[in-house]
Each structure stands twice: as structure tokens, then as C-alpha cells.
Write a new protein. Structure first.
Length: 398
């Protein structure tokens, strides 16, 4: 049948284009046949993508297999359509090659190379998508997937698969065995290592980061060297993308996660407490012994009355009462996590007065919630100073 089509095309070319040279007629006819085969392959792809793929996806969605559900939603089926189309194109080229014999060997070789590359490329995309589908399967199947992610391992597996694919393709077109090709590559391994240094370091770092659980997607990290403070949105083989608090996207080498000091805020989220560590700088001259009138006024507060009653006859310092009051206030504050440490302490005094530090943890770790809790606490701390006859140290401006 293909021979009859070829003869018909030759006749039409002679009639339409007026080409009488046999060699030229056969060449044009050969190109037309390749075009027809290509058009058939495109038609097969469209038909597969529009008719077959939706049916397969629906059937996958009705199965109990989580993995098949994942495949039905990603690009695996689209790559499968390309593979079917590539197979049709390859078979068509082989038929044309058999009919044309040894004529136009260079055209046959080009068409053959394109067909083989198309098949192997589509096949590798199917394999890559199926490997990456394991990540979604793992996330949906196992509840501990967030603590022990596998996406870095899968990306390394995909890279290795593509390297093997490259070696096999090169060996196929070089008409030699893959082992012989690898033996020849040993001589240029030093150049290979130099050219792909960052990629190799990235592969090792990616595995280390995942195995050691140093950083996960969604973690907030700080790298002072790169002025980065934001959320990790992607961890690739060679790069890591971080969305900073100002919504800018920073890209850093993956190996920097193990070669530099990285501060991870994951512990803050898991513990459920974000640290508040700020000081009020008191005027040392305002610190003193409470007189009876001040003690009477402060005795209206239950926690202070208990302290005053147990220290009757002793000199009671207003700062001591203020510290007790703040500790009681913090432990009762709805925004403080009382499972963690809550301390009000003195720091070393100096020209800025006596720092009274509040060390506690808010139970809201979000930026807005944390700042609101911290502001509420210190507004109260400043406002309460007057009740204890204490003052903030302020320098007069000129």
C-alpha cells in the first residue's frame, strides 16, 4: 500500500510541478511521505489526548489506588500520548525506509534519529512523572510525610535516570555498548567534575538536607550571609527558593544549607511559642523603699498583698513588687504560652539605666499575632510603672 502511495505521489509531483528528473521526483515524494506520517502521528496524539486519556483518567479516579489517582491528575498521561504518537511516527518512518531502499540515506537517517529521539524523550518524561508521582503518593499515604520528606531523593533519582538515558542514547547512536562509552568517558571525568561541580555538590547537599531533616518546604529560615529571612518554597537539586517577608524571591545554592549557618524557625512552630525578649530601661533614681502609703495602695492587688504580708517589718523595694506584678500579669495573659519559660529579670545596669527584661513566649507564632501580643504586654508594662513610682530613663533632647 505504501508503495502505491509513493508511486501516486511521484506521478502527481511530475504532473503538478513539472519535475521530470527521477531523482528529484523521488526525493520530493519521500519528503511528502514523511510529512504524511508526521501528520498521522499528530492526529494520533490529538485523538489519544482528547479521547483515550480522559477515559483512562476517569477509570484511574474510580480505583482505590492512591498512586493511580495521583497519575490521573499529573502530566503522566500527556506524556503517554506523546509516546504513542512517537511510536506511530517511528513505525511509519521504518515503512518508508523499507520502501525507498538505500535511496536518500541521509534523509532516512535524519528521520530515523528524530523518531528515536521522540520515542526516548517521551518515554523518559513518563518515567520522570511516575517517579515524581511517588512524592504525592507518599504525602497522601503516610501521615509522617511532612516530618520525613522524600522529594530530594526523588529528584536525585530523576537526575540519575536522565543521566542513564543520555548514556544509552549516546551509545545507541555511536553504535557501541554503554560500558565502552563509560570507559571512554573516564578520560574526561576531571573536566566533567569541573563543569558540573555545583550540580554534584547540590545532589549531595540535597540528600544530606533531606536525610538530616535540616530544612523542609514551608520552613522559615534565616541565612545572615545572604540576608535571607523567609519561607522555603522549593528545594531543587542545585538551588533553593526562599520567599522573604517582603515577598521577594531569593535563590541560593542548595549546598549553602549545609555549608552555612542556617536558623530554622520550625521549632518555634512545633513548640507553639515565639520568644519575647525585650527590656524596659528604668531610671535607677526612681528605685527605692516603699513608704506605707504606697504599700497600702499596692496591697489592693492580691499577689502583691500576699508578698507584702509575708514581708511585714522588712523594707520592701518598689522594683521587687513590680517584678512580682509583671510575672503574675504574664502568667495570666491569654497570649502567653505558660508551658514555656516566663521570667522577669534584671540585666547589668549602665548609662541606659537598669534594664528589666521580660523573657516569655507568645502562643501565637504568626508575625501579626506575635507583634500584637508583644505590644499589648509592653503597653501595660509602661502604663503600670507609675503605680510603683518607677520611671523610664529618658535623655533630654537639645
Amino acid at each position: 500500500m505504501l508503495s502505491a502511495i509513493h508511486q501516486y505521489i511521484c506521478t502527481q509531483i511530475q504532473a503538478i510541478l513539472g519535475v521530470t528528473e527521477a531523482h528529484g521526483v523521488v526525493a520530493i515524494a519521500y519528503l511528502v511521505l514523511i510529512g504524511i506520517v508526521f501528520a498521522i502521528a499528530v492526529g494520533v496524539y490529538i485523538a489519544t489526548r482528547l479521547l483515550v486519556v480522559p477515559l483512562v483518567q476517569r477509570s484511574f479516579k474510580h480505583t482505590k489506588s492512591i498512586y493511580l489517582h495521583v497519575i490521573a491528575k499529573n502530566k503522566t498521561m500527556g506524556a503517554l500520548s506523546h509516546f504513542i504518537s512517537a511510536s506511530v511516527f517511528y513505525v511509519g518512518i521504518q515503512f518508508i525506509k523499507e520502501q525507498s531502499g538505500a535511496d536518500f540515506a541521509y534523509l532516512q537517517q535524519i528521520a530515523h534519529i528524530l523518531a528515536v529521539l521522540y520515542i526516548f524523550l517521551s518515554l523518559m518524561f513518563i518515567i520522570s512523572y511516575m517517579i515524581w508521582s511517588l512524592n504525592q503518593y507518599y504525602i497522601k499515604k503516610f501521615h509522617f510525610s511532612n516530618q520525613y520528606p522524600i522529594y530530594s531523593y526523588l529528584k536525585v533519582a530523576i537526575v540519575i535516570a536522565w543521566l542513564i538515558w543520555g548514556i544509552l542514547i549516546a551509545a545507541y547512536f555511536a553504535n557501541t555498548s554503554p560500558l565502552a562509552l563509560l570507559t571512554g568517558l573516564g578520560a574526561v571525568s576531571a573536566i566533567f567534575l569541573l563543569l558540573f561541580r555545583d550540580s554534584l555538590l547540590g545532589i549531595v547537599a540535597s540528600i544530606q538536607v533531606t536525610a538530616s531533616n535540616i530544612v523542609r518546604i514551608g520552613d522559615r529560615i534565616i541565612l545572615d550571609k545572604y540576608s535571607i529571612d523567609g519561607e522555603v518554597i522549593d528545594i531543587a537539586i542545585t538551588t533553593v527558593k526562599v520567599q522573604n517577608s517582603d515577598n521577594t524571591i531569593a535563590t541560593i545554592p542548595t549546598y549553602s544549607l549545609i555549608s552555612e549557618v542556617v536558623r530554622n524557625w520550625r521549632g518555634v512552630i512545633e513548640v507553639g511559642g515565639r520568644r519575647i525578649k525585650r527590656s524596659l530601661h528604668l531610671d535607677i533614681d526612681s528605685i527605692g523603699v516603699c513608704d506605707p502609703e504606697l504599700l497600702k495602695k499596692l496591697s489592693e492587688v492580691q499577689v502583691l498583698r500576699d508578698y507584702i504580708d509575708t514581708h511585714t517589718g522588712e523594707e520592701i523595694i518598689n522594683l521587687a513588687l513590680y517584678r512580682i506584678y509583671l510575672v503574675d500579669y504574664l502568667t495570666k495573659h491569654p497570649g502567653i504560652n505558660n508551658k514555656l519559660v516566663t521570667v522577669v529579670r534584671h540585666l547589668e545596669s549602665g548609662v541606659t539605666g537598669l534594664p528589666v527584661e521580660i523573657y516569655a513566649f507568645s502562643n501565637d507564632t504568626s508575625f501579626a499575632g506575635y507583634e500584637a501580643i508583644q505590644a499589648d504586654i509592653f503597653e501595660h508594662c509602661f502604663a503600670a510603672l507609675g503605680r510603683f513610682n518607677l520611671k523610664i530613663l529618658q535623655y533630654p533632647t537639645a
